[in-house]
Write a protein that binds this ligand. Structure first.
Ligand SMILES: [Fe+2]
Ligand SMILES: [Fe+2]
Length: 186
């Protein structure tokens, strides 16, 4: 099923808190801007961004069940922070619920929380848009915004580096795909 921006945003809106919905709109705008800049399919970037946080507020038990029962989902997700789950689980929920079958869009939604090895440019655009949308305000974000003006890979590498350092600083675990994504871009 083909959806446009308004349909996709309309679909996710009831699943999100207001502030998260507003974040989603900003990510969608930013993803379109980045896609145009880096010659990525604008419609796919827009759709993936509109849907990216769809599963953010799904009950943890429900997401856990999806991870356990769908063999496309890596079981080791269960060993890491549940904050990471809404990407991979949300992508498959959307695939089932709205028949969102485009593999590239599914991939971008799926890896927005962790990154992964061999990210496509569409994956990178959505990951980066989520990181730098104008509502974000944390140390280092302006440097990433600056890099995102002309280098998609460098901007993603810096965002991943910041994320890894942040997690290590908090003595939190780092999902291996985040290291793979980082290593790939360095
Ligand atoms: Fe997210
Ligand atoms: Fe997000």
């Amino acid at each position: 099923m083909k959806m446009n921006r308004e349909e996709a945003l309309g679909y996710v809106r009831p699943a999100l808190k207001n502030s998260r919905y507003e974040h989603t709109v900003r990510v969608t705008d930013k993803a379109v801007e980045l896609a145009e800049r880096f010659q990525v399919d604008v419609k796919k970037a827009e759709l993936a961004a509109a849907f990216h946080d769809y599963a953010k507020y799904k009950p943890l038990e429900l997401m856990e069940r999806w991870i356990k029962s769908d063999r496309r989902l890596p079981k080791d997700l269960l060993d890491y922070h549940h904050e990471l789950w809404h990407g991979p689980v949300g992508a498959l929920m959307l695939e089932q619920e709205v028949g969102l079958m485009d593999a590239e869009v599914i991939s971008a939604i799926s890896c927005h929380t962790t990154g992964k090895k061999h990210m496509s440019n569409l994956d990178k655009v959505v990951f980066l848009a989520d990181y730098i949308e104008p509502g974000r305000d944390f140390p280092g974000v302006d440097q990433v915004r600056k890099k995102a003006e002309d280098d998609l890979d460098e901007a993603c590498a810096l965002a991943l580096k910041n994320t890894i350092i942040f997690l290590i600083g908090k003595e939190r675990t780092v999902y291996p795909d985040t290291f793979h994504a980082y290593n790939d871009l360095i």
